[in-house]
Design a protein around this ligand. Structure first.
Ligand SMILES: C[S@@+](CC[C@H](N)C(=O)[O-])C[C@H]1O[C@@H](n2cnc3c(N)ncnc32)[C@H](O)[C@@H]1O
Length: 338
């Protein structure tokens, strides 16, 4: 299979090939009582859908389905507020569509370029090495769950390749959260569904998707086994899991040190430690082994090239007597078959 690699972001409308002309349905599951709610057209956001068991109603807000249980809305309220405050101060997002359409290759605002450089390089690896393999496995393209989708750039990029993404995040806001998806809509032949939901209570029935991707979001999990079990529940066997742009360390101690430094920096800069949820924050080889033991997942660990200066960071850190820096590897997991 041949692949073309975009070296420059394309800002002109690129319509994906229509693979399937039928309207897509999703089978939902109630985030409160886990009862199956049945198939629905996720693009018909004029309707309301209710759980016949507990009465929870899926409502929409600006095209996004709200699928957080009320008790969980309270649980995440502080996290959502503090996360937005930090991201606003960091200058995330933009008023114009061009910024979003250029991601992840280029940060047109220039405010977080170093981070988008990493995201862009990881995504190029995905485009060159991983998506072509998945596209051979799923020649009619895949139903992809984009978990912790943020401003939905990944869903947009996958939709351009003809996949059928569904974006999930806690953040609704229209600069840095699911609301930013409005910028892509004119460039796609069909919008992709968005759900405000938590990674540990996905509002979908068993076997709804082929691939789950966590781009820079898996380390927000409070319990990796629970989070992956929930993602796997929503996948058709064998199920492909992609963990991209989460920090990996050789030593547990380095990860712990990074977390402490980060919290102290938040406290100094913003006046809070941003620890209202106990995210795991990083991964190690031992964590991946634990996930294999617990879930029977086989991992392929990929090492995207993030540039010479990035590659020299461990050596530089050793010479300067600093802690080990993070690596951004890609973990591609599938359930091992007997
Ligand atoms: C660093 S951002 C990454 C966003 C996007 N995937 C990207 O690559 O730019 C992490 C995202 O994970 C989301 N997130 C954190 N905890 C979550 C949870 N428990 N459930 C769903 N999303 C979560 C955050 O709201 C945030 O948008």
């Amino acid at each position: 299979m041949s692949t073309t690699f975009a070296t420059e972001p394309s800002l002109s409308p690129t319509l994906p090939p229509r693979v399937d002309s039928s309207r897509r349905t999703l089978r939902l599951r109630c985030p409160v009582c886990a009862e199956s709610v049945g198939p629905m057209d996720p693009l018909d956001t004029s309707s309301q859908l209710g759980c016949s068991e507990c009465g929870f109603v899926f409502k929409t807000l600006c095209g996004t389905w709200k699928a957080l249980a009320p008790s969980r809305e309270q649980r995440f309220e502080q996290f959502i507020r503090e996360y937005q405050a930090v991201r606003t101060r960091e200058g995330r997002g933009s008023a114009g569509a061009h910024f979003y359409l250029s991601l992840p290759y280029k940060d047109l605002t220039g405010r977080n370029s170093w981070q988008w450089k990493i995201r862009g390089r990881s995504f190029r690896f995905l485009e060159q090495k991983i998506l072509p393999v998945l596209e051979e496995i799923f020649p009619h393209r895949a139903d992809v769950l984009d978990i912790g989708a943020g401003n939905c750039w990944m869903s947009y990029r996958l939709a351009l390749r003809g996949h059928r993404p569904t974006a999930v995040d806690l953040q609704l806001d229209d600069q840095d959260g699911l609301g930013a998806a409005r910028h892509y809509l004119n460039y796609l032949s069909e919008p992709f569904p968005r759900f405000q939901a938590e990674m540990d209570r996905l509002p979908f029935d068993e076997g709804t998707f082929d691939v789950a991707i966590f781009n820079a979001s898996f380390h927000y999990s409070e319990d990796y086994v629970r989070t992956l079990k929930e993602a796997l529940r929503c996948l058709r066997p064998p199920g492909h899991i992609l963990i991209v742009d989460s920090p990996f360390y050789k030593r547990e101690e380095s990860g712990r040190q990074m977390v402490e430094e980060r919290r102290a920096k938040f406290q100094e800069t913003y006046g809070f430690r941003s620890d209202s949820i106990s995210s795991r924050e990083f991964l190690t080889a031992e964590t991946m082994n634990e996930l294999t033991r617990e879930l029977g997942l086989a991992w392929q660990i990929c090492r995207p090239w993030h540039g010479l200066s990035w590659a020299l960071r461990p050596l530089r850190a050793r010479l300067l007597g600093r802690r080990e820096p993070a690596k951004f590897l890609i973990a591609w997991g599938t359930v091992e078959t007997q």
